[in-house]
Design a protein around this ligand. Structure first.
Ligand code: NAD
Length: 492
């Protein structure tokens, strides 16, 4: 087993407590690498290093153009290593090599885009109403950004934070998920290789329950950029509030894929299947509710089952595999528990509904692609995030009811609409309470387009032009050109 070190202040180090932990391969159900188990002392060291780097001329003194060049150099290094990094991700989180390779080959675009944006952030000169005064604004970085990321798309979701934060001139303490640390450590080498000064990017591996609080509340940390579950997000938000820190929160979802009776059914079936079974349902944007017009329900469910049944399960490193394992033991148990809950609530399993015992699944943590019909909007299976390959089919009778059911959850991350009717799609695009709405499509994201949640799915946006603002603060500068202080007892 390879024994990894973490990156603090430009040095590759073990944890100060001397401990490491095993990271497991979900397909083999067995450990494959050792990773340092960071302590709160390590958090202090990393935050200190990041603050020092933030103030050092080697970073603070760089022009925005030079920062952008570093990001673009990094993009090229990632592109050269994309396939190797993808393989590490698959070993660590069990997601399909085909998906991780596509993600890794796409990641450089974020660094090119935000690298290009770095020197296009401009302040304003304000035509101020006070004679003899000049007033202008500066867009300044916040300082040390704590980036806390989950296991499901580890490097992609880190990139969504690191690229704009670095372009804006911040420094980083990155805590990847304890279930996907290795790719983060391999990725971090590329920052060094690209020429980022020591301490600009620090990586702390370890458990959220042990070091998360210290990181969020550390006095040197100016902002938290978090992706993960909504409960963890809530506690991060509460803790950040104590020290008045801004946050970006990208949390969970219970997204609806809504199929109208005039939809192209063949496409809609593929869209709904890709929304829930791709990535084994382990994506925040999983379309875990299929809302289907009652008149086409039986036909549509029949087609879903027919396509879902063909899914090839097995080794995620094989090109031909379509549904891989669940990433963690505890998540595996949680998905099976939700299947039992759904059955207990009266939902009718029409596909799967159990652990997978196919020979090609070996000892891995596999759940059969599962579809429940006859789901009622009030059931837990229709309200709570499962984060696995479990679809709930809910019938609706008209457009109003579809909108009502779609919006009737505490989440608001994404939605899909399947219809050929222009009035329906425009109405839905407007009225769905979700940060992303796909029409006759599902699961498209880009470095060019904002991504984030409504309601309990989060705060702030990642990607696109406005994302860099999440990592900047505006300063107003006043210059008096008259050179004479008027009455000091009266405000100017
Ligand atoms: P999680 O909330 O368990 O963990 C996320 C990260 O938070 C990990 O790095 C973890 O170590 C850390 N953490 C745990 N406790 C902490 C604490 N008290 N303080 C600070 N950090 C702490 O989530 P997960 O299980 O890794 O990921 C799955 C969840 O992520 C799902 O709910 C999913 O919907 C969500 N997600 C959201 C998006 C999005 O962009 N909206 C994308 C992917 C995943």
């Amino acid at each position: 087993m390879q024994d990894y070190k973490m990156l603090i202040g430009g040095a590759w180090v073990g944890a100060s407590g001397g401990e490491s932990f095993e990271t497991e391969n979900p397909y083999l159900g067995a450990p494959w690498a050792l990773v340092p188990r960071a302590t709160t002392d390590d958090v202090d060291r990393a935050c200190e290093a990041a603050r020092k780097a933030f103030r050092a001329p080697s970073w603070a003194g760089l022009t925005a153009t030079a920062r952008g060049a570093l990001l673009r150099r990094l993009a090229d290094l990632i592109a050269a290593e994309a396939d190797r990094l993808a393989e590490i991700e698959t070993r660590d989180n069990g997601k399909l090599i085909t998906e991780m390779r596509a993600q890794l080959r796409y990641i450089p675009q974020w660094f090119h885009y935000f690298g290009g944006l770095a020197d296009k952030v401009e302040g304003r000169v304000i035509p101020i109403d006070k004679p003899g005064m000049i007033n202008f604004t500066r867009e300044e970085p916040l300082g040390v950004v704590a980036a806390i990321t989950p296991w499901n798309s580890p490097l992609m979701l880190a990139t969504w934070k690191l690229a704009p934060a670095l372009a804006a001139g911040n420094t980083i303490v990155w805590k990847p998920s304890e279930f996907s640390s290795v790719s983060a450590l391999e990725f971090a080498r590329l920052f060094e290789k690209a020429g980022f000064p020591p301490g600009v990017v620090n990586v702390l591996t370890g458990f959220g329950s042990e070091i998360g609080e210290r990181l969020v509340s550390h006095p040197h940390v100016a902002k938290i950029a978090f992706t993960g579950g909504d409960r963890t997000g809530q506690s991060v938000y509460e803790l950040a509030a104590r020290s008045i820190k801004p946050v970006t929160l990208e949390l969970g979802g219970k997204s609806a894929n809504i199929v109208f009776k005039d939809a192209d059914l063949e496409n809609a079936v593929k869209g709904v299947v890709s929304g829930i079974f791709a990535a084994t349902g382990q994506t925040c944007i999983a379309g875990s509710r299929a809302l289907v017009h009652r008149s086409i329900q039986d036909e549509f469910v029949g087609k879903l089952v027919e396509l879902g049944r063909t899914a090839r399960m097995g080794d995620p490193l094989l090109e031909t595999t379509q549904v891989g394992p669940i990433t963690t033991r505890s998540q595996f148990k949680k998905v099976l528990d939700y299947i039992d809950i759904a059955k207990g609530e009266g939902a009718r399993p029409v596909l799967g509904g159990s652990q997978a015992s196919r020979p090609e699944c070996g000892n891995g943590w596999f759940v059969e692609p599962t579809i429940f019909a006859d789901v009622k909007p009030s059931m837990r299976i229709a309200q709570e995030e499962v984060f696995g390959p479990v679809l709930s089919v809910i019938a609706f009778d008209d457009d109003e009811e579809a909108i009502e059911i779609a919006n009737d959850t505490q989440y608001g991350l994404a939605a899909g609409v399947w219809s050929q009717n222009i009035k329906t799609v425009f109405t839905l695009a407007q009225r769905l309470e979700a940060g992303t709405v796909w029409i006759n499509s599902y699961r498209a994201t880009s470095y060019l387009s904002p991504f984030g949640g409504y309601k309990r799915s989060g705060i702030g946006r990642e990607s696109g032009l406005t994302a860099i603002r999440e990592y900047l603060q505006e300063k107003s500068v006043w210059i008096d050109t008259i050179g004479e202080v008027a009455n000091p007892f009266v405000q100017r």
